[in-house]
Design a binder for this molecule. Sequence first.
Ligand code: DC
Length: 233
Amino acid sequence: MNKITIAIDGHSSTGKSTLAKQLAKALHYIYIDTGAMYRAVTYYALENGFISENHFDKEALINHLDDIHISFTYNPDLDFAEVYLNGKNIEKFIRQMKVSNFVSEVATLPEVREKLVAQQQEIGMEKGVVMDGRDIGSVVFPDAELKIFMTASPEVRAQRRYDEMLSKGQKVNFDKVLENVMKRDRIDSGRSASPLRKVDDAVEIDNSKLTREEQFDKVLKLAKERISKSNQY
Ligand code: DC
């Protein structure tokens, strides 16, 4: 049975990773959260003082890119692969506001993108992968058999992120979360290096009004169709 590549792109907090995880589990594919990789680089830059409140030393980060080693290790208790930076599990740090506030800036750097895209392509070389991000269908795997583009209104997305942070016991302010969601949309879609865009062959899913189950059923059906098509040749 041939395996396919599934690319899931879209705006932040559209539930890409939830859908990608569900799909990977149902199909016994590998799931890779590429946003976690950009977050890991941002965390590294913060930890090393390359980013402070009002200054981002891009040169320093670029000069240290070879010192950044990102990996994923499956955690059976949580049932997903956690992200490691130079051997340290940083999963619980990368979703904090501090990282969220700077990650889009970091993701504008072509040098960072080049490094991470190369690693992503290597991970997905054998197919059987569900990858989520912003440029998966456009740059990382332009030949992916199934491309999904997910979107939802900024308010719905901010509410989701707000609820997620609250459930993790983090102190948050809804307006700040909404502001962050809108700011990231602007940067992600407006940057010159691989901006977020829906490619022509992607299936768009606006999940403002879809339940998780409805969305999953829809995409799983599509995935099964594409898998059976790829096995006809
Ligand atoms: O999916 P996320 O919110 O964890 O992504 C964090 C940031 O990383 C987001 O602002 C855009 C960037 N990103 C990207 O530019 N390309 C990707 N493939 C994944 C994420």
